[in-house]
Design a protein around this ligand. Structure first.
Ligand code: ZN
Length: 327
């Protein structure tokens, strides 16, 4: 079956303020890469009294663009979907100059050192679901990897369902969507029936789910949650909006289920490893993308072991270096 239908974002002018809906403006940072596509989209919601979503990377040109865009306006709140380096770092600057609170699920948790210690040093770079992105047309250019902003501490930590902004025509609610990261949160803007989806649902590509913080089981559940919300528009941090949210998110779920089924079939042929499974599943994908693909396969195996649908041959936690068997 055909995979998810990805959309391209053409015509990007970095630093320009684009009015993308009656109440939403977007400024794109010049940090294109295989993780960020054309760059980070920072959203400004409202006029006069403004809510800023994902201020973006520590990039002087983007900071200046936001400064200009916000000139004469009052920042009510700074919302952060998660603390990857292309999303949260400028929130500290914006908090300092505006006095507005930074609101997020919480800081990035420190991963289990036992699991991380087991990952070979040359595998520690961030992962991407590269097999799916190989033909997504990510532009060559500045590469800012999807590293983590461990310094980020929100002034206000929220949980799922918290109304974080209300009044003066803006109602925004936290929708906790763990998976890409454990603290990932989407923001629902009621007046426009819009969900700001961060990296949880992206229009142009599948999402990176990389253990130990990335969690495939949580990601499946969070995708289901977004499909069932039926928002009119999804605005991801990277790439174009989606107005076919339910259908698109359902196709992402099917895509992951198919990949998972292929992994289960690979296990049925005998004990195997993450790299061996990648050799089979990503046979038609460029070899330099195999390493990031391992993180995705590992994430599926962690889920399968937790569900009792696969086992670690030697027992213990499901690791990148484990030998896996069918059950
Ligand atoms: Zn991210």
């Amino acid at each position: 079956m055909a995979g998810p239908e990805f959309l391209a974002l053409d015509e990007v002018e970095y630093g320009r303020v684009d009015q993308v809906s009656p109440q939403i403006r977007r400024v794109i940072a010049e940090n294109p890469s295989k993780f960020t596509y054309r760059g980070t989209g920072t959203y400004l919601v409202g006029r006069g009294d403004v809510v800023v979503i994902d201020p973006g990377p520590r990039l002087e040109s983007h900071r200046r663009a936001l400064e200009q865009a916000l000139d004469g306006e009052r920042v009510r709140a700074i919302l952060v979907t998660h603390c990857h380096a292309d999303h949260s770092p400028l929130s500290t600057w914006l908090r300092d100059v505006s006095g507005a609170p930074t609101i997020a699920f919480g800081p990035h948790p420190r991963p289990d050192p036992a699991v991380v210690a087991d990952v070979p040093a040359d595998e520690l770079e961030p992962a991407s679901d590269a097999g799916d992105r190989a033909d997504a047309g990510a532009p060559a250019g500045v590469v800012i990897e999807e590293s983590t902003d461990h310094d980020f501490r929100p002034t206000d930590a929220v949980v799922d369902g918290d109304v974080v902004v209300s009044g003066r025509g803006l109602t925004i609610t936290a929708v906790h969507t763990p998976g890409h990261t454990s603290n990932h949160t989407c923001w629902a803007f009621a007046e426009e029936e819009t969900l700001f989806t961060g990296d949880h649902v992206m229009g142009w590509s599948t999402t990176v789910v990389s253990p130990p913080d990335g969690d495939m089981a949580a990601y499946f559940a969070s995708l289901r949650g977004v499909a069932d919300r039926d928002d009119r528009v999804l605005w991801p941090t990277h790439g174009p909006c989606r107005t076919d949210g339910r259908r698109y998110v359902e196709s992402l779920l099917v895509h992951r289920e198919e990949r998972e089924a292929a992994i289960v079939r690979a296990l049925a042929a005998g004990p195997t490893t993450v790299p061996a499974i990648v050799e089979v599943l990503y046979a038609d994908v460029r070899r330099e993308l195999h390493k990031p693909a391992r993180r995705s396969v590992w994430a599926h195996l962690v889920k399968l072991v937790a569900e009792g649908r696969a086992a670690v041959e030697a027992g213990g936690p499901a690791r990148l270096t484990s030998v896996y068997t069918a059950v």
